[in-house]
Each structure stands twice: as C-alpha cells, then as structure tokens.
Design a protein around this ligand. Structure first.
Ligand SMILES: Cc1cc2nc3c(=O)[nH]c(=O)nc-3n(C[C@H](O)[C@H](O)[C@H](O)COP(=O)(O)OP(=O)(O)OC[C@H]3O[C@@H](n4cnc5c(N)ncnc54)[C@H](O)[C@@H]3O)c2cc1C
Length: 458
C-alpha cells in the first residue's frame, strides 16, 4: 500500500471510488463542493436526487463485492427490493411482460438521498479497518489539476466558505467523480492535452418526478415505457417511509408538465387507466420537479492517450445515460469494481491510469449499447446516414427478441440478464435464445396490466 489519492466529487461514484481505493493507498482525500446534510435529504450538488432512482441487480452484485452487506443495509434503511418481472409490472412497446416468479433479478428502490447516505456511512465504517486514512473536505470545490501534459500530480481546490481560499493538494492519483457537470475536458486543456472525443445520442427526453402517499399501496411497481406511437412513459415505485415516486417522461415535444394540476392529465394520456385511478386517490407530498439534460453522452478518455498518468475519470463525469433505463448508479458500482480490480493487479504503477480508464469504460459498455440502441430512433441527427443492412438486421432481431421477452421464459430471462446489467449483450445471441427469437412466431405480450401473479405452471 502506498501513495495518496484525491477523489473529486463525493457523490455516489466518488464514494464508491473510495471503497475501491481502500487498502490500496495510504490516504484518500474526498473533495466535495457541498456540505453533507445531517439526515438523508436532497442536496444541490446532486440535482437529479429528487427523481426516482432504481438500482439494477448488476449494480447490486458489484456493490456487494465492494461493500459486503450493503444491499441488506439499504433494505433495513427502507429500500424496497422487488423481484422482476413479478413485482415490477412493465408495459413495453411489445405489450405487458407476464407477471411471474423468475428468481433471477431484483430492483432496489428508495430515494436517492437515502441510497447515498447509506453507502457513504458503510464506506467510512469500512475504511476504519483497512489502514487507508479517508478525509472528507466538504464545502470545497476542485478548480483545476496540477502537473503537466504527461502526468497529473494533484488538484487545486477552493473553499466555498467566506474568503474562498485556494490551495493545492498533491496526489499520486486523482479520480474525477464530479458527475455530469465535470470540467475535466477544460482542466486537461489547461495542461496542454486535447479534449476527449465525445459521442452524444439524445432522445430529447424530459423528466418530471413527484412524491405521493398512496391511499392503499399497490403490490407492485409499474413501468410504462414510451413507444413509437405513444412516446411518453411513466414509472410508479415505492420508496422508504410508505411514500411512492411518480416519474413521467416524454420525448421532445411530449415533455411532461411541471405544473401540479396538469400531472394527472399527463398520466391519463399514457393509457393505463388503473394507474390514473390509483393516483387520483393518492396525496401529493411534493411539487413535480423537472429535469431536461437526459442525453446519452460518452467521453472517450479510454482511447489511447485519453488520460495522462495519475488521472482517471469515472461514472457520469465520463459517461451519462438516458435515465429512463435506470443504469447510471449501477454503472458507477460496476466501474468502481473495475477500478478496484485494476488496483489489485499491481497497484499504482506506470500505465495504471490508462488501464483503469479502459476497465471503467468496459464496465459501462452494456449500458451504453442498450440505452443508445433503444434511443437511436428518437435521436435527432441531421447527419445520420440511413441504416445499413447490418443495422437493419440488428433492429429486426432485437425487435423480435424484445417482443418475445414479454412472455417467453427463456428469452425473457436472457433479456433481463442484459437489461439488468448482469450479463453482456452476447447473452442475447446464445443458441437457445436466438432460435426461439428467429424461429418462433413474433407474438406481443398481454394487452392488459397483469394484476395476478401467474402460478409456476402458468
Ligand atoms: C433524472 C435522472 C434520473 C435518474 N435515475 C436513475 C435511476 O433510476 N437509476 C440509476 O442507476 N441512475 C439514475 N440516474 C443516473 C444517476 O443519477 C447518475 O448516474 C449518478 O448520480 C452518477 O453518480 P456520480 O457520483 O457520478 O454523480 P453525482 O451523483 O452527480 O455526484 C457528483 C458529485 O460531485 C460533486 N461535485 C461536482 N463538481 C465538483 C467540483 N468541481 N468539486 C468538488 N465536488 C464537485 C457534486 O456536489 C456531487 O456530490 C438518473 C439521472 C437523472 C438525471
């Protein structure tokens, strides 16, 4: 164990990066712009924190490897663990997924502040036994990198308290976990390095979330995915304390309203009367909050020469996803695990930053492929060339597969393995799945919401 690291941003990804560093470096300094609240409540540095945040099973598995017992602790704190597809009623463009016990994946649902506070407390508790000293510098903002074009040697920080004093913190490794507003491209340019190549696929999704207390809670969450003839969606999911979050979404021109009086009209328009009736009897506990920056955006720090020695960019700072697929936090956990594994494989060594950056990027590949694949038809791209034969074949195959997944147990299991980020996309091409997808008839799922759980023979 040697050296010191600075983590810029003490949100979820920064906290998980600390977990990855424990036992590998002597000191970790977390530079966080906000002050952490005493209780798990919203804070400005995580503006998306009022919106529904579900945690996929691929992320849960990674979290468990980094912080054994964290999943159980989240459930004790009030997070709901829902089995898929049994407890998450999902209407896809190909109809409803049949409601049955599959026993492969769960979805964890709680408010974002509770999630972050629980994970942070667990990381700090774990640090005590590892020999790594962790310091939290709250109300402190990173404003630039130290070093030169070939090597980053620390960060310059500014206090957010009166006086706004600046100082330099030297480090052997700097991890940028400052989220979607990361200024790493500018900081690297100041060191004389080119900005990373950036890919953007933007479906133009607008998001609105409101908290409710239902009259009589449903026994399952509900997810209504947008589809070409109805490019609007809704999700209704339990969180801690007996409350539920309603998240509405719509592509460009179909954005949900942030005016409380109009929310129920939008719910009526997503064409699921049962959800509308249920919400009519629920008590709103918050105003509806909006969010507009929902594009898939990937900065290729993993390309050759993408990062100097001593600098790694993780999670939203490197790659953001359309939130309707609920992937970002899981990718943060998978990326932290990749960081830990790269550290375990020889510690901080020449070439470490590039190797870690590649591993972190690979950890997000499945999420990127699935989100971008689904969003491409909605993205506005004036320069887009018409799809070639290979892309048309891919669209044909995945369209059939997604429809069969609604009711076919073999295809459905593979579909969930991939969309829950627990298996790579190649899982969708295994012989059993491919044969059923191609040879069996393309049949949509049930047309109406499945209220009863099917028995095992169903
Ligand atoms: C509307 C919406 C809904 C979402 N829903 C889901 C979901 O259901 N499931 C899911 O898995 N993901 C979801 N996501 C994605 C998820 O929010 C992100 O992937 C996740 O928050 C990434 O964590 P992060 O730590 O990288 O960034 P953040 O959580 O944004 O944290 C960044 C931290 O860095 C700090 N910071 C920023 N700049 C500086 C600086 N210069 N110096 C010091 N500190 C700084 C901030 O204060 C903050 O604490 C959603 C996103 C949005 C926008």
């Amino acid at each position: 164990m040697s050296g010191g690291a600075v983590v810029v941003g003490g949100g979820l990804a920064g906290t998980l990066a600390v977990a990855a560093l424990l036992g590998h470096v002597e000191t970790v300094t977390v530079v966080e712009r906000d002050r952490y609240p005493e209780r798990p409540i919203f804070r400005k540095g995580v503006p998306q924190g009022r919106h529904l945040h579900v945690f996929l099973s691929g992320g849960q598995q990674a979290l468990e490897k980094l912080l054994p017992g964290a999943g159980a602790e989240l459930r004790v704190a009030g997070a709901h663990s829902m089995e898929m597809p049994r407890d998450v009623l999902t209407r896809s463009p190909g109809g409803w997924h049949r409601r049955r016990h599959e026993g492969r994946h769960t979805l964890l649902s709680c408010t974002r502040p509770l999630f972050d506070a629980t994970v942070r407390a667990r990381v700090l508790a774990k640090a005590a036994g590892t020999g790594t000293q962790v310091e939290l510098l709250e109300a402190t903002e990173a404003v630039g990198l130290l070093g030169g074009a070939d090597r980053v040697t620390g960060v310059r920080v500014r206090s957010r308290d009166a006086g706004r004093a600046e100082r330099d913190i030297p480090a052997d490794l700097v991890i940028d976990a400052s989220g979607r507003g990361s200024r790493a491209p500018k900081w690297l340019a100041e060191l004389g390095r080119p900005a990373p190549r950036e890919e953007i696929v933007d479906a133009g999704i607008g998001y609105v979330t409101q908290m409710f207390r239902p009259d009589a809670p449903m026994d399952a969450a509900v997810v209504l995915q947008p589809r070409p003839d109805l490019p609007r969606g809704a999700a209704w999911s339990p969180v801690e304390g007996g409350n539920w979050l309603l998240t509405l979404s719509g592509v460009r021109g179909q954005h949900p309203p942030t005016d409380g009086a109009a929310v129920l009209d939008f719910v009526a328009s997503v064409d699921e009367p049962l959800l509308h009736t249920h919400l009519t009897a629920a008590r709103p506990l918050s105003p509806p909050y909006g969010f507009r920056e929902t594009s898939n955006r990937r900065r290729h720090y993993d390309a050759p020469g993408g990062v100097p020695e001593g600098f790694v960019v993780v999670s939203d700072a490197a790659c953001t996803f359309n939130p309707i697929y609920g992937q970002g936090m899981s990718v943060a956990a998978l990326g932290a695990l990749a960081l830990r594994d790269t550290l375990a494989d020889g510690g901080l060594r020449p070439g470490f930053a590039a190797a870690a950056q590649r591993a972190v990027a690979r950890a997000g590949d499945t999420a990127w492929l699935t989100a971008v694949g689904a969003d491409r038809p909605y993205a506005e791209d004036a320069d887009a060339t018409p799809p070639g034969a290979a892309e048309r074949l891919q669209t044909w195959y995945f369209g059939r597969l997604a429809d069969r997944a609604t009711h076919d147990p073999v295809v459905g299991a593979a579909f969930r393995d991939v969309t829950c980020l627990a298996a790579p996309p190649s899982r969708l091409l295994t012989p059993a799945v491919a044969l059923r997808t191609v040879l069996l008839p393309r049949r949509p799922g049930p047309a109406s919401i499945p209220l009863r759980v099917e028995d095992a023979a169903g």
